[in-house]
Design a binder for this molecule. Structure first.
Ligand code: ADP
Ligand code: ASP
Ligand code: MG
Length: 474
C-alpha cells in the first residue's frame, strides 16, 4: 500500500472553507487506498500575530498582547464552530481551545511582568498556532468521516535545544515515528500533526524556524520511508519566480532535488530550505501542489530532472541581507587571515551567504540580524569594517549553467540599469547569484524573467497555462 505525507500550509487552513477543501483533498488520497499522514501549519498569519503578542507583552504592553490573543481565540473558536457540528465533539473542541488560550494568556501576563522574551519562551508562544490548528483540523476531518487522529508533533519530532531554529535528531525521530506514528497507520488511521513545532529530549518545546512545517512533512516522510511527500500551498507549484513579484511566472513541471534546494536556500519561500534533505536521503519524490487548484499537476521534485533546453529553471531572491566589508590597509592575505575572519562569524553563530576577496578587502553577506554590531566590533580588531543593510541576493538556478558560454554576459545585460555590488558563480554548477540593493530586487527579477523565459522549454515549463492566460477570449 503506498504511503503519502501531505503538508498543508497556512493559507490551505486559513478558514473553514480552506479547511473544507483540504479535507476533500485528503479524502481523495484515502479513498484511492493510500496510507496518509497529514501535517498542518497554523492558520495563516497566526504565527506572526503570536510573535507580535509575545513582543508586545515583553515590552510591558499587557493589554495589547492580550487583545491579540483574544482576537485569535475568537478566530479559532469561530472556525471550530463552523466545522464541527456534532454537539459532544464541538463542546470538547471548544473547551480545548479555551484551555489553550487560557494558558497562552498566562504566559503573556508572565512576560509582561518579567519584561523579557527568551528564544525558548518565544517558541512556546508560537507553538500554540500549530497546536490549536491541528486539533481543529483533526476534529473537522472526523466530522467528515475521515478516520483521523490527532498526534502531538512534540512527541515525535525531537530536536536539539537551539530554540527558534532547532536541529532535528534523525535517529530519535525514526524511533519515535516507529513507536507512535506507524502503529496508527497500521490501524488504518489518518494521523494529523502540527508542523513547525518540536521538542528537545527533555520535552521542552522548540521550533524548526519560520516556514518549518514543510520540513516537518519531509522529516516524517523520511522517517516513514513514504512513497511521496506532498507540499500543498497557494500557488500551482514551484514557479519560474515568485508570482507575487512577477505575474508572468510559469509553473515548473519538474525540477531536481539539487535545484529545488538551491532555490529554497536562496529565498524561494514556497519551500523551507531544509525540506529537501530528508527526501534526498531516502530518494522520496516531493510534489508541490495548489490546494486552491487541486486538479493542477504541480511541480515534481525528483533526483534527476530531464534535460531542459532553457538555461534557468527559476529566479529566487533573498532579501533583508547585509554586506560587510573588511578592509585592511595592506594585503593581509597572510596565512590564517580568512580563517580569523570566519572564526568570528562562527563565534556569533552567523552563517555567511557569499564571500568575495580582493587585494585589500574581504566582503561577506549575511542575514541582517541583531548580532551585526558585535560581529563588526570583533572584526574591527583585525581591520577596518563597514556594514550596510537593505541588500538582496538574486539567484538564478538551472542545471549546467557553467557549461553554457556567454551566460554571465546575458544576465548582466538584462540588468544593466541596476547597480550590482557582488557577484558569485562559485562552486555550485547550478546557481549564479549577485547582490544588489533591496529596492532594486523586484525590478531585477522582472527584467531577468523577461530576458530568459521568452521561449521556455515546453517539456519543463507549463507553457499551455501561459498561452491560455494570454489568448484573447472568444
Ligand atoms: P505555505 O503557507 O503554504 O507554506 P508560503 O507562503 O510559505 O506558503 O509559500 C508560498 C508562497 O511562496 C507563494 O504564495 C509565493 O508568493 C512564494 N514564492 C516565492 N518564490 C516562489 C517560487 N519560485 N514559486 C512559487 N512560489 C514562490
Ligand atoms: N506557522 C509557521 C510559520 O508561519 C510554520 C509554517 O507555516 O510552515 O512560519
Ligand atoms: Mg511555507
Amino acid at each position: 500500500m503506498s504511503l503519502v505525507v501531505m503538508k498543508f500550509g497556512g493559507t490551505s487552513v486559513e478558514d473553514p472553507t480552506a479547511i473544507g477543501r483540504t479535507a476533500a483533498i485528503v479524502e481523495s488520497r484515502v479513498s484511492a487506498g493510500k496510507q496518509t499522514v497529514v501535517v498542518v501549519s497554523a492558520m495563516s498569519k497566526v504565527t506572526d500575530q503570536l510573535l507580535r503578542a509575545a513582543s508586545s507583552a515583553a515590552i510591558g504592553d499587557r493589554t495589547g498582547a492580550l487583545a491579540i490573543s483574544s482576537r485569535l481565540r475568537s478566530r479559532h473558536r469561530d472556525t471550530a464552530v463552523a466545522l464541527v457540528k456534532n454537539a459532544p465533539d464541538a463542546a470538547e473542541l471548544g473547551n480545548l481551545i479555551d484551555q489553550k488560550f487560557d494558558s497562552l494568556d498566562e504566559i503573556l501576563r508572565g512576560l509582561a511582568a518579567i519584561l523579557e522574551l527568551t528564544p525558548r519562551i518565544s517558541d512556546l508562544v508560537v507553538s500554540y498556532g500549530e497546536r490549536i490548528s491541528s486539533r481543529i483540523i483533526a476534529a473537522a476531518f472526523i466530522e467528515r468521516g475521515i478516520n483521523a487522529v490527532h498526534l502531538d508533533a512534540r512527541d515525535i519530532i525531537i530536536t536539539d535545544s537551539q530554540f527558534q531554529r532547532a536541529i532535528p535528531q534523525d535517529a530519535l525521530i525514526e524511533k519515535r515515528v516507529a513507536e507512535h506514528l506507524r502503529p496508527l497507520l497500521n490501524h488504518g488511521k489518518v494521523p494529523v500533526i502540527g508542523g513547525f513545532i518540536a521538542s528537545n529530549e527533555a520535552g521542552i518545546t522548540t521550533t524548526l524556524g519560520r516556514g518549518g512545517s514543510d520540513f516537518t512533512g519531509a522529516l516524517i516522510g523520511g522517517a516513514l520511508g513514504a512513497d511521496a511527500i506532498e507540499i500543498w500551498t497557494d500557488v500551482d507549484g514551484i514557479m519560474t519566480s515568485d508570482p507575487r513579484v512577477c505575474p508572468d511566472a510559469l509553473r515548473v513541471k519538474v525540477i531536481s532535488f539539487e535545484e529545488a534546494a538551491e532555490l529554497a536556500y536562496f529565498g524561494a519561500k514556497v519551500l523551507h530550505p531544509a525540506t529537501i534533505l530528508p527526501a534526498v536521503k531516502k530518494n522520496i519524490p516531493v510534489h508541490v501542489l495548489n490546494s486552491r487548484n487541486p486538479g493542477n499537476e504541480g511541480t515534481r521534485i525528483i533526483s534527476i530532472a530531464p534535460h531542459c533546453s532553457s538555461p534557468f529553471k527559476s529566479i529566487a531572491v533573498k532579501k533583508k541581507l547585509s554586506i560587510i566589508d573588511v578592509v585592511a590597509s595592506r594585503m593581509l592575505m597572510t596565512h590564517g587571515y580568512l580563517s580569523e575572519i570566519f572564526s568570528i562569524f562562527d563565534k556569533h553563530q552567523c552563517p555567511v551567504d557569499m564571500v568575495s576577496t580582493s587585494e585589500v578587502s574581504v566582503s561577506l553577506t549575511v542575514d541582517s540580524n541583531e548580532k551585526l554590531p558585535a560581529i563588526a566590533a570583533d572584526l574591527s580588531k583585525l581591520a577596518d569594517v563597514k556594514y550596510e543593510g537593505k541588500k538582496a541576493l538574486v539567484c538564478l538556478v538551472g542545471e549546467d549553467i557553467r557549461g553554457r558560454n556567454g551566460m554571465a554576459a546575458q544576465v548582466f545585460t538584462a540588468i544593466r540599469h541596476i547597480n550590482v555590488r557582488m557577484i558569485s558563480q562559485g562552486a555550485s554548477e547550478i546557481n549564479m547569484s549577485f547582490m544588489i540593493d533591496e529596492d532594486d530586487a523586484d525590478e531585477a527579477v522582472r527584467s531577468l524573467h523577461a530576458a530568459f523565459f521568452t521561449d521556455p522549454d515546453p517539456a519543463i515549463f507549463d507553457v499551455e497555462a501561459q498561452k491560455l492566460a494570454t489568448e484573447p477570449a472568444r
